[in-house]
Design a protein around this ligand. Structure first.
Ligand code: HPA
Length: 291
């Protein structure tokens, strides 16, 4: 059994050694070898959230590299996550698609959750398009609503930049503009052209794996959150520390816990993304076309 098949590393020193800038450079070199072709700098790295993996089918000339073939990547475990890095062209632009991600609720460190973004950066990506499935805190959000993430609240209580400062990064990175204003305008222009409603709101990240209690949902509402999920923030924090531009899209899959009286289930989450996936894919493709 290889080290990667034994589950997440547990010692801080192991995690930091295997998920920093140097490890990302090594992983990027391995990806170049595995792709066995000339790789142009991606116009964007696109992270596909639960149930949103269909975008990968729109990628032309695709090379698919399973996550477990990339040094430093652990195995993806959650149903609905394909777990592969896909290189190819979307709307004729070179892209790198991360179909699946590593979550803190799986036992991964936040540094590991953000590691694929470091690898994308090492492969030349300077724009991150990140997506997720999220619960709707704002009362008017119904399943299938697409929300552009305007800002976020990190309630994961853990940070992907904890540890030694990586080369070229600041000890205390600015987070006054986590999401790029020009990409936001572009997303809204594309959404308008496509007749897609694109809401704007604040995403709050918790570690999970439990869904929230009704009291927690009331707390999040008072804190100013519009959507809640268990991902995205580690990737965005690292992307910003690396100076990347970020566009974030949440697909609201369910009313937050306690709003409807119904229990939440992962199957329901995946089912609701199916309906919104087409609009999400067209939106991201339209944005990438104009990067
Ligand atoms: N809470 C947290 N994460 C989620 C939810 C939710 O209601 N829906 C989809 N991901």
């Amino acid at each position: 059994m290889s080290a990667r098949e034994q589950g997440p590393p547990v010692r801080d020193a192991d995690i930091l050694a295997s998920s920093g800038a140097q490890a990302a450079g090594e992983a990027a070199a391995a990806v170049r070898r595995l792709a066995a072709r000339e790789l142009p700098a991606p116009a964007a790295v696109i992270v596909l959230g639960s149930g949103l993996g269909g975008l990968a089918q729109r990628i032309d000339d695709a090379v698919r590299i399973p996550f477990h073939d990339v040094p430093g990547f652990p195995m993806a475990t959650v149903a609905g996550h394909a777990g592969a890095l896909i290189l190819g062209r979307l709307a004729a632009r070179p892209v790198l698609c991360l179909a699946g991600r590593f979550h803190i609720y799986e036992g991964h460190a936040p540094q590991v959750a953000a590691f694929p973004v470091r690898v994308a950066h090492a492969l030349g990506a300077r724009t991150l398009v990140v997506s997720n499935a999220a619960g709707g805190i704002r009362r008017t959000f119904t399943p299938g609503t697409l929300m552009r993430i305007e800002d976020h609240i990190n309630l994961m209580m853990r940070h992907p930049l904890a540890g030694p400062v990586q080369p070229g990064e600041a000890r205390f990175p600015d987070m006054s503009r986590p999401y790029d204003a020009a990409l936001a305008s572009l997303a809204h222009a594309v959404a308008r052209e496509q007749g897609t409603r694109l809401e704007v709101g604040v995403y709050c990240a918790l570690t999970g794996p439990t869904y929230e209690t009704p009291a927690e949902v009331r707390m999040l509402e008072r804190l100013g959150a519009d959507a809640v999920g268990m991902s995205t923030v580690p990737e965005v924090l690292v992307a910003r520390a690396l100076g990347m531009r970020v566009l974030g899209i949440s697909c609201i899959t369910n009313a937050a816990a306690g709003y409807t009286g119904q229990p939440l289930s992962h199957d329901e989450v995946i089912e609701s993304t199916r309906e919104a996936a087409g609009r999400f894919e067209a939106l991201v493709e339209g944005v990438v076309a104009r990067l």
